[in-house]
Design a protein around this ligand. Structure first.
Ligand SMILES: Cc1cc2nc3c(=O)[nH]c(=O)nc-3n(C[C@H](O)[C@H](O)[C@H](O)COP(=O)(O)OP(=O)(O)OC[C@H]3O[C@@H](n4cnc5c(N)ncnc54)[C@H](O)[C@@H]3O)c2cc1C
Length: 586
């Protein structure tokens, strides 16, 4: 690991790199890798979190079934939202990866590309056809590599190999362990196929239907951006990765034709309480994620001038869209009781002997229940065009290939609000509002770079969102009434069982919902030349409007959140961005 430094050395501080990348998560790892493919280009990747050589085999990160335990640890930034009006004024934890690999090292490993309509909408709103599904498809195809499942089962009929490549750096796999409700859900989708069709591969461009899950898991262990894009390349002499190093702002280095250039970053040394400035020859690329990238821009004087002045930061570039347009997915577990005596993964929580055996199995063979981070099937479904939800506002989804809601099928008790009972068997249909209309903000609490920003996702504030959630709960009830489930489910658990009217369903949603942790869109790209508020903070080539030498490449750049889990689309965006950056040099 020659290129992995545990802190900023004097040699690094005195080197001028061609590119400085801030943040080694999904996007930053891709860009660092792709730019350093050219031996003539020097790249410094700066990551605030840790990662020792040995951390690549840290079981806390590697065990897929233990991902929730990574939150509120040193691997998490430990953010909290402001009180959410749509959630009965509850503040919720807002985890983000604080480790090389970023949130890919603490996420739930679902691997989704999103839909054709999602990317075609990106192309439309930016005016850049390069963001369309068809233009991106070479990147999409060559990104992932489907690897055999750790349990050795045949994956025929569980995905479509024709829509996946074979040479990608990102190893993924189909589920490595199967649960009974997964099979029941497949049967139910055949029974109710007009409303809940089976879809061989949700990663084909059309997400809609019930599918087997695909996950960033390799040989039974989590596979992060650091595993795929960094660790195998640490011997490149032109790549340096420094961890445990916090960037506190980007720094203006001059002007180019009267436009301010930002080709330097300031890093903070906590042991000496001093800062160091590092300058890039060509560009600084912010890949700090959709919470920290807008935060860093604002700390640097790039944002809404009155908001910056209000906390005592000198505005250098007026860019009011920085920190606006926050989009995230609503997480709403629908818990059900199931017949006594059937086997469910509640045993991992309730039965110490079973849990110990599962851990031993994972440790010895990388197989068994701990290889499964969520369910083995999930449904991506649309509400009908005639749904009452769309009498309130137009359908916010990107189009027919994007779902309105996702239902993840898990045979355990899942809630971020309720405490699980000490015994019992449960099924959770985890609803995910996948095409939301609500928009939130990241803003400054203070000018202190060590203070967290204010995070206000404004969940369920758009009236169409609460209406879609309500209709999604009703649709799930239809799905679970299919004959396939009879004799397995005994009823709805808790307040859900008594919620039927609109008001009761809304109250249930507002008091039980949380985040799917997919924050996006906070430094969104939009049409070039347009400087109006709402036109986006980035040009379609991801350069920051009103600056030179500065780009944002991460989930902040999405103009619309993808109708899927967001790591896949972040990898895709970063792959194209890398080519844009390379081409800009010539
Ligand atoms: C708990 C959780 C579960 C999730 N589950 C899934 C899932 O199952 N499937 C899915 O597709 N997506 C999931 N996601 C979302 C997905 O992981 C993110 O969308 C994706 O990682 C975003 O990539 P990014 O590069 O924008 O940011 P990140 O991956 O978050 O990377 C940002 C990096 O920048 C670093 N950084 C930030 N500020 C600074 C600074 N000032 N100086 C230096 N470094 C800095 C951070 O430490 C981090 O390493 C989940 C996320 C979380 C948190």
């Amino acid at each position: 690991f020659a290129a992995l430094h545990q802190g900023l050395t004097s040699a690094l501080a005195h080197t001028t790199f061609d590119y400085i990348i801030v943040g080694g998560g999904a996007a930053g790892a891709v860009v660092a890798n792709r730019l350093s493919e050219d031996h003539d280009i020097s790249v410094l990747l700066i990551e605030a979190g840790s990662r020792k050589g040995s951390d690549f085999n840290d079981t806390a990160i590697e065990i897929p079934g233990r991902s929730a335990a990574l939150q509120k640890t040193r691997f998490d930034w430990n953010f909290t939202t402001t009180p959410q009006v749509g959630y009965d004024n509850r503040s919720i934890a807002y985890p983000r990866g604080h480790v090389l690999g970023g949130s890919t090292a603490i996420n739930v490993m679902a691997y989704c590309r999103g839909s054709r309509d999602d990317y075609d909408r990106w192309a439309r709103v930016t005016g850049d056809y390069g963001w369309s599904w068809d233009s991106l498809f070479p990147y999409i195809l060559n990104l992932d590599r489907v690897t055999p499942s750790a349990d050795g089962h045949s994956t025929a009929g569980q995905f479509n190999p024709d829509v996946h490549g074979h040479t990608g750096l990102l190893n993924i796999s189909l589920a490595n362990y199967f649960i009974e409700p997964g099979a029941l859900s497949i049967n139910a989708s055949h029974e109710l196929s007009s409303q809940f069709p089976f879809n061989l591969d949700f990663n084909s461009g059309n997400t809609v239907g019930l599918s087997y899950t695909q996950q960033t898991i390799y040989k039974g262990a989590r596979f992060t951006s650091a595993h795929g894009y960094l660790a195998p390349f640490f011997e490149r002499p032109n790549l340096d990765v420094v961890v445990n190093t916090l960037v506190t702002k980007v720094v203006q280095t001059g002007t180019h034709r009267d436009v301010p250039a930002f080709r330097a970053v300031q890093v903070y040394n906590s042991s000496t309480n001093t800062t160091t400035k590092l300058t890039a020859r060509h560009e600084v690329i912010l890949s700090a994620g959709a919470v920290k990238s807008p935060h860093l821009l604002m700390l640097s004087g790039i944002g809404d001038t009155s908001e910056l002045s209000a906390v005592g930061i000198e505005p250098l570039v007026s860019l009011p869209d920085v920190g606006k347009n926050l989009q995230d997915h609503v997480f709403l577990p629908l818990i059900h009781t199931v017949v006594p005596g059937v086997f469910t993964l509640n045993q991992l929580r309730e039965n110490a002997t079973f849990a110990a055996a599962a851990l031993a199995q994972w440790t010895n063979t990388r197989t068994g229940p701990l290889t499964l981070p969520g369910g083995d099937t999930w449904g991506w479904f649309r509400l009908p065009a005639s749904s009452s939800a769309f009498e309130i506002a137009p359908d916010p989804s990107a189009g027919e290939t994007s779902a309105h809601y996702e239902a993840i099928i898990e045979d355990t008790f899942i809630s971020k609000v309720l405490t699980p009972p000490s015994t019992g068997n449960f099924l959770t249909l985890l609803l995910n509002l996948i095409s939301p209309a609500s928009r939130g903000t990241i803003s400054l609490a203070s000018a202190d770079p060590l203070a967290a920003p204010l995070i206000d996702p404004r969940f369920l504030t758009a009236p169409v969102d609460i209406a879609m959630i309500r209709e999604a709960i009703r649709a799930v009830r239809v799905f679970l009434a299919a004959p396939a489930w009879q004799g397995w489910i005994t009823g709805e658990y808790g307040a859900l069982a008594n919620a039927t009217t609109d008001a009761e369903l809304d109250a249930f949603a507002r008091s039980n919902a949380d985040s799917v942790d997919h924050v996006s869109g906070t430094v969104a790209m939009g049409p070039r030349e347009c400087t109006r508020v709402g036109c986006g903070a980035l040009n379609p080539d991801l350069s920051v409007k009103g600056t030179v030498g500065l780009r944002v490449v991460d989930a902040s750049a999405f103009p619309f959140i993808i109708s899927g889990h967001t790591q896949g689309s972040t990898y895709i965006l970063a792959e194209r961005a890398s080519d844009i950056i390379k081409n800009a040099r010539h």
